[in-house]
Design a protein around this ligand. Sequence first.
Ligand code: ADP
Ligand code: MG
Length: 699
Amino acid sequence: MEKNKTGYSKDTNTPVKFLKGVGEARARMLAKLGIRRVIDLMEHFPRNYISRNIDPALHEVQPGDHLAFSANISWVDARPTKSGKKMVNVGLNDGHNTLVCTWFHFPSWYEQILKPGQSIWVNGVISEYNRQLQMLHPEIELISDDEDTDFWKSRSCLPVYPLTANLSQKQMRNLVYTAFEGYAQYIEENLPQKLIEKHGFRDRNTALQLMHFGLDVNVINQTKQRFAYEEFFFIQLLWARHKYYHKTQVQGIKFTNKKLHTTALKHKLPFTLTDAQARVITEIFADMCSETQMTRLVQGDVGSGKTVVTLFAMLLAVENGYQAALMAPTEILAEQHFATISRLLGGMDIKVCLLKGGSYKGKAQDLEDIASGHYQLIIGTHALIQDKAQYHSLGFVAVDEQHRFGVQQRASLAQKDKHPDILYLSATPIPRSLSMTVYGDLEVSIIDELPPTRKAVVTLVRSNRKIDLVWEDVRKQLRQKRQAYVVCPLVEESDKVDLLDAERLHEHLSTHVFKEFRCELIHGRMPTAQKDEIMRRFKQGETDLLVSTTVIEVGVDVPNATVMVIEHAERFGLAQMHQLRGRVGRGADQAYCYLIEHQPISKIAAQRLHTMVSSTDGFVIAEKDLELRGPGEFFGTEQAGLPAFRFANLIADQHILKKARQDAFEIIAKDPDLNAEEHRVLKDILKRELHDREQLIMY
Ligand code: ADP
Ligand code: MG
């Protein structure tokens, strides 16, 4: 490859600072936008496009339409408002009709630049005021005729880029142009020809240029799909390879369905399994009875009955002479599972052990009895995978609330002993598109049905000004010997202000409102032992009302709790509110969830509250959550390994993801090491750009 005078071979990986018009200072500005190499600049796609024509014409547009167009200003009217502030109205005319753009607050320089005859571009939503078409606070840009290059001057469509301070649209446009002028010939294709043809994509060079220089927004949008596809495809390629090697090189245990303990359990259950539970058990058994090591994720809303499903899988391992373990993220959850499972197994000759962290009386003996194979079912916390725990013959492991465990812990489980079959349990209903990218190597089973005995929780939004009425309702429940949760937001563990909120509220409720009841406070900064103790008292009915921060989120089961009050509900995310609501309605009685809103609240917060009221389906709520917040925030900060998408949208582009996944898995099934000539381009990229990421997931 030809070298330029800087000594870099001339390709699209050249640092931007070597581009004409970019020096050290500008390179630093560009770096803030993630632009370091020429190719990054080429992949810095416009967020919008300026069309120089009004299309459609103003007489065709309706209030509610989103419109971006440019026109000449016909008049400007700046005047003081009644409240002493200033407003600006600007008239834009397409030759027949007028649109008024209105700003009630604006930077002072608006008045200088908004002049009759000036050509501007506006972007906003059409409304109507006194029968006049209007745009409130549109985004604007001046269109000047002195663009640096002749190239942009004559364009009927101009790109609008995401920018950073000290960089103008004009400068960015010229930089992009310079990048393509000097380097377009070095743009490399990254997809096999076959896939390009199959999906009717444009080649990468053309596609990149169209994103910046295209004149037809429809063509641009169509072109953009190629980039969403690429983004999905390479992740799926990694997952496909991971799965392929797992399947062909890791020898798992092959169980046989002996119908001993499993059948015995089925006969003694106090209820009938839901169809969804039965289906998922069948899916798990099929995996366990194959040679491959199972890695399956069971997703089911809170209360959908994942524990029973897990118990069937554990018993299949036991009837084959193996031990089975269930790992929970907290001690109290482990205890709860231990109690539930011991109860369900009552009368059957199966040895169950509870293994906790730290040192306690009897632990050494338990460890010995686990190692000797005396215990068949072992339930516990992280203690299960710590080195001291040696198993006699571990054949199956279930991980509850799996998102609480990191990639490393999952890996260490998968490698234990004879590669036990692994079942991950999740009560966070993850939209299909997300699980395909985050857990792309796992099989997924979904329990999408609640036991018929469960009644939907009645959800009500109430203003904090009417909080007294809510406390009245809560009192009615407490008088009937039911229990209640009151949750306060805690933005971060270190957020002192909110912590005080919970403390103050507890003080107020316990000394005034609910004086005659037993109230307790629990929050995230308490030592674990103290938290567990408080939860235990609540579970046993020794407390009537629990004021808490979100620490009660985890799947603790208190069937007698019938009320959940969420203070400052507008501050909670959807997934979190749904989890909290799932804490009640676990018994036979009707349960209630009060969402207390403190005005003013944002539009998005209002949408979240509305979603909570209108749906109790965790999957519906999760989709909405993803749509409102975006995938990065979906899991909160603790969720590592979630790729950030630059071009793709996990909700809108699900159909593209499906195609990309299918293509990637088909290619790897035929050519796992990508040795075929037609896959050379993929092999190169894998080696050059995806090596680190592949190392991370190849356990
Ligand atoms: P989760 O999916 O939240 O872990 P659990 O497994 O804790 O749910 O089950 C919640 C409750 O529902 C438990 O008390 C369990 O015994 C009960 N349960 C599970 N399956 C059924 C069913 N098919 N019919 C009735 N009750 C069930
Ligand atoms: Mg559970």
